[in-house]
Design a protein around this ligand. Structure first.
Ligand SMILES: Nc1ncnc2c1ncn2[C@@H]1O[C@H](COP(=O)(O)OP(=O)(O)O)[C@@H](O)[C@H]1O
Ligand SMILES: [Mg+2]
Length: 349
C-alpha cells in the first residue's frame, strides 16, 4: 500500500510504496532483456541492500548507486521499479523495502542557492527519515541528468554557479549516505548520460547501458503485448502463438524502441472502427498494416462520413442537450451557458 494516503509526501517526492506488494510484479516481468542482465542487476541491488553495512567498511566501499542509461523507451524506468519489487521479494523475510520515487525536476530553481538547499534537504533529511522506518530503502531518481547536472557542461546555463552547487550537494549527500546508511540503494535512469556529472557516474557501482531491442526481442515484446490483450479478449490468444507472423511483424519494427513497439498493438486495434469497438476482431492484417504505416495514419481514402451518417440511430433520450456541465436548474437562467449565470444566481439568492 502507498504511504500517500496516510501522510503528505515530502517535497520532491513523487511517490512512496512499501514493497513487496501485490500487483507490483508486472514491471519486472514486462521488460524483455536477457536473463543475465536481470540477474546482474538484482545481484547488485541485493549486495548493497543486504550487505551494505559490512561492505561500507571497505576502502573501496559501494556507493549504493546504479545508473540505467540508454535511449528513451528502452525500459529503464520500468526496470528500475521492477527491480525494487523483486529485491523486496528476495528480502521480504528480513523486512520491508521502502520505494521512494524522486521528482528530479522539483529541484532546479530560479532562486539563488535554492536548488542546493532542496537537494541537501532531500539527502540529509527526507531520505534518512524514510530509511529509518524500514530495513531497506530504494530511491528511484528518474532522468538523473537534471539532478546531477554535468558541471563541465553547465557553463552556458543561466546560473552556472547554482548548478555547480546543486551537483556538489548531490555528491556530498550520496557520499554521506554511503557511509551512514549503507543499505539505501539509489537506482537512477538517464536518456542522456553525457549530461550526467562525471563524478556522479564514477560513484556508480553499476552503469547498465540499454539499447534498442533486436528483432528477436521485438518479437517477444509483441508477443507479450498481445498476451496482455488476450487476458482481456481471450479470442486473441492464438495471435501470441504464431511465430511466423510475429517475426514478420517484428521485421517491420526494426529500429523501434520498446514503448513504440507496445503502442503498435494499440495502433493495430485502431486500424478499423469495427476492431476498435470489438478488439476481439483484431487480425494480423491490422497489425501488419499498422506497422507499415509506422503506427501513424495514411493521409488517404475517399470522402469521410458525417457524424449522423456514421451513427444514425442514437436515441433522443441519450442526447444531453444544453448540458454543458453547469449546475443548471437553479435560478432564473437555468439553461444559459455563460459564467454570468453563476454570479447572477449567487447575488440574486
Ligand atoms: N525491452 C523491453 N521489453 C518489453 N517492454 C519494453 C522494453 N523496453 C521498453 N518497453 C516498454 O516500453 C514502455 C516504456 O518503458 P520505460 O521503462 O518508460 O522506458 P524508459 O524509461 O527507458 O524511457 C513500457 O511500457 C515498457 O514496458
Ligand atoms: Mg524513463
Amino acid at each position: 500500500m502507498t504511504d500517500r494516503a496516510r501522510s503528505a509526501l515530502p517535497p520532491g517526492v513523487l511517490s512512496m510504496h512499501v514493497l513487496p506488494a501485490e500487483h507490483h510484479d508486472h514491471d519486472w516481468d514486462a521488460i524483455i532483456v536477457p536473463r543475465e542482465v536481470k540477474e546482474r542487476l538484482l545481484a547488485q541491488a541485493l549486495l548493497v541492500l543486504q550487505h551494505g553495512r559490512q561492505l561500507s567498511m571497505l576502502a573501496g566501499l559501494p556507493h549504493g548507486l546504479i545508473v540505467l542509461a540508454g535511449p528513451p523507451g528502452t525500459g529503464k524506468t520500468t526496470m528500475a521499479r521492477g527491480l525494487a519489487q523483486v529485491a523486496a521479494l528476495a528480502l521480504a523475510r528480513q523486512g520491508a523495502t521502502a520505494l521512494l520515487e524522486i521528482n528530479p525536476h522539483a529541484f532546479p530553481s530560479d532562486m539563488l542557492g535554492e536548488s542546493q538547499r532542496n537537494v541537501t534537504r532531500l539527502l540529509t533529511e527526507t531520505v534518512p527519515e524514510i530509511a529509518a522506518r524500514r530495513p531497506f530503502t530504494v530511491v528511484l531518481i528518474d532522468e538523473v541528468e537534471s539532478f546531477a547536472v554535468r558541471r563541465s557542461a553547465a557553463s552556458f546555463e543561466a546560473n552556472p554557479v547554482d548548478v555547480h552547487r546543486a551537483t556538489d550537494a548531490v555528491l556530498l549527500g550520496i557520499d554521506e549516505i554511503a557511509k551512514t546508511l549503507p543499505s539505501v540503494l539509489f537506482v537512477t535512469t538517464t536518456n542522456f548520460i553525457e549530461g550526467v556529472d562525471e563524478a556522479f557516474l564514477s560513484r556508480a557501482d553499476l552503469v547498465m547501458r540499454f539499447a534498442l531491442p533486436d528483432q528477436e526481442t521485438i518479437a517477444r515484446i509483441l508477443e507479450h503485448a498481445l498476451g496482455e490483450l488476450a487476458v482481456q479478449w481471450p479470442a486473441l490468444l492464438p495471435l501470441t502463438k504464431n511465430e511466423a507472423r510475429l517475426s514478420e511483424l517484428a521485421a517491420l519494427c526494426e529500429g523501434w524502441d520498446g514503448r513504440r513497439i507496445r503502442k503498435l498493438v494499440l495502433a493495430g486495434l485502431a486500424q478499423r472502427l469495427d476492431v476498435a469497438r470489438d478488439p476481439a476482431k483484431l487480425t494480423w492484417t491490422d497489425l501488419l498494416s499498422a506497422a507499415r504505416k509506422k503506427g501513424g495514419v495514411e493521409w488517404a481514402g475517399g470522402q469521410a462520413l458525417t457524424s449522423r451518417e456514421m451513427f444514425p440511430d442514437v436515441a433522443k433520450d441519450l442526447m444531453h442537450d444544453h448540458d454543458h456541465g453547469h449546475d443548471h436548474g437553479h435560478g432564473p437562467h437555468g439553461h444559459t451557458h455563460t459564467h454570468q449565470h453563476d454570479t447572477d444566481s449567487r447575488s440574486g439568492s
